[in-house]
Design a protein around this ligand. Structure first.
Ligand code: GDP
Length: 197
């Protein structure tokens, strides 16, 4: 499935403009600058379709991309800029929560977490929403090339420990670097399985 061409097909600012849920979806979420666009580009090997953000916080839309006829990749707006207005943060939260709670066909949310910084309050809020809506998710640690391997392992252990209290559908944590390519193949393999159902 990851050999297919990635094509942008819809952007939504409100839930009423989500496209009809006809194929399985995998969504990508995380704080602004976590490396979400870079990762989506790396796993699809298509650079420039998902734009990397130089103006964080300005695009508060959910973007839908088709990856062939069987899978849709969804770019959720990045969150957590210190300088974003409170109304913007609230609008983001509402939109993402609505998406997570209502979206039929949503098979997995990849919650990206910067290896260096770990889980933050807003990540935890999204985790709580996904727990409540029983949305299957997995944590993907990003930018592992910027941290010593021992610290990557420590971060992974710490997050797994933090998430133990959830009785949930957390899937195994993964670790990637879009820059070095580490872990990208593994993630592709895991996600490709979702498209087969
Ligand atoms: P987004 O805001 O979450 O979409 O993040 P971007 O993909 O735009 O990346 C934010 C910044 O982090 C950019 O300067 C990227 O070049 C950088 N970046 C993204 N992934 C990696 C990575 O795996 N390693 C390193 N060293 N930098 C990365």
């Amino acid at each position: 499935v990851f050999r297919n061409k990635l094509e942008f097909f819809a952007a939504a600012k409100v839930s009423s403009s989500f496209p009809p849920p006809t194929i399985p979806e995998i969504a990508f979420a995380g704080r602004s600058n976590v490396g979400k666009s870079s990762l989506m580009n790396a796993i699809t090997r298509q650079w420039g379709v998902v734009r990397t953000s130089d103006k964080p916080g300005l695009t508060q839309t959910i973007n839908f991309f088709k990856l062939g006829p069987k899978l849709c990749l969804v770019d959720l707006p990045g969150y957590g800029f210190a300088y974003a207005k409170e109304e913007v943060k609230e609008a983001w939260e509402e939109l993402v929560k609505e998406y997570v709670f209502t979206r039929t066909g949503l098979q997995r949310v990849c919650l990206l977490v910067d290896t260096k910084w770990g889980l933050k309050a807003r990540d935890q809020e999204l985790i709580d929403s996904m727990e409540r809506s029983k949305t299957p998710y997995q944590i993907v640690l990003t930018k592992t090339d910027l941290v010593f391997p021992i610290d990557v392992a420590r971060r992974a252990m710490q997050i797994q420990e933090d998430l133990k209290k959830n009785k949930s559908i957390v899937n195994p944590l993964m670790m990637v670097s879009s820059k070095s390519g580490a872990g990208i193949c593994n993630l592709r393999t895991v996600l490709a399985k979702i498209a087969r159902f």
